[in-house]
Design a protein around this ligand. Sequence first.
Ligand code: ATP
Length: 335
Amino acid sequence: MRWLAPGGMIGGMSETDVVTVRGLRKSYGDRLVVDGLDLDVRRGEVVGLIGANGAGKTTTVECIQGLCRPDAGWMRVLGYDPVTQADQLRPLVGSQLQDSALPDRLRVAEAVKLLTTIPGRHGEDLIEQFGLGERRRSAFSSLSGGERQRLFLVLALINRPHLVILDELTQGLDPAARRNVWAAVRQLHEAGTTVLLVTHGLDEAEALCGRVVAMRDGRVLDSGPPAELIDRHARWATVRFTLAPEGPHSGRLLNELRWLDGVHQVDQVADRVVVHGDRRIIAHVGAALVRSGPVPGDLSVQIPNLEDALLGILDTRPDASGGAEPTEGQLRGAM
Ligand code: ATP
């Protein structure tokens, strides 16, 4: 029986809830892999699961699809219980799993035909859309890594799923193929499809996901839009420049920089200067350089990205204050 009724709420869920997971637990042997995980994905969202190796991301999406039986917890996916109603759920979910494979001799068009359950030309259109038209008659074993990934994406989308689950979608793809696949995910989002993405590509998560969920040891450490996570966990900035020979006295300038609002550290190696601090330093260092003489032509600013935020999240200790200051590792890496 489905839990959702059009226009209404049943069991505390609204019709915009696509995935609801509460207290999910899964162990392999004596190893607790998913440890009381809560997750919500709403209709039309692109949500990314990110985190360390072995964090339990794949196990979580396997449970959500009914491919793995949890030990405890409560799940509803598109209104169905993936454990007891996997048959009803299967046609509504399209998935591309980590380490997917097809029989070596199966041709592209045959695979698409075999797995199509809805009538019409949708499969053929997807083959063209994903640039596999010329490979229709090619055997799976002869496809390149990028062509295989695109075929798996076609197969995930073939039956017009309501929820698409993509696990390490672009692993091993060259930059151009990666960008093509990203464009395809954006198209899915624009068409209103809900996407749950597992990825180690944090540039990918930042580019595609409206919300990311950071996991470690089977638990959610934090979640939110990428920009919010960056703000919470990596609020530093780094400004670099080279001292001009005709510029101000370097000792005086460096001393002034050390006292600017938000500056945590100023390093100098030969004529190269690196200033670390919170984001206010971008304005203050710029103003100080304008005041002090010719502005260095190689002035550059580095602000953190989602990878820096994840490093901050994974480094979080119970007494951590929230990443306002760069960690020693960030300072070392920024020189
Ligand atoms: P990665 O980013 O490395 O792919 P992940 O976050 O997706 O990792 P999982 O693949 O869910 O993590 O694995 C979590 C832990 O569970 C790992 O230690 C893994 O070795 C273990 N594990 C996963 N599947 C099985 C299985 N079928 N049998 C035994 N252990 C498993």
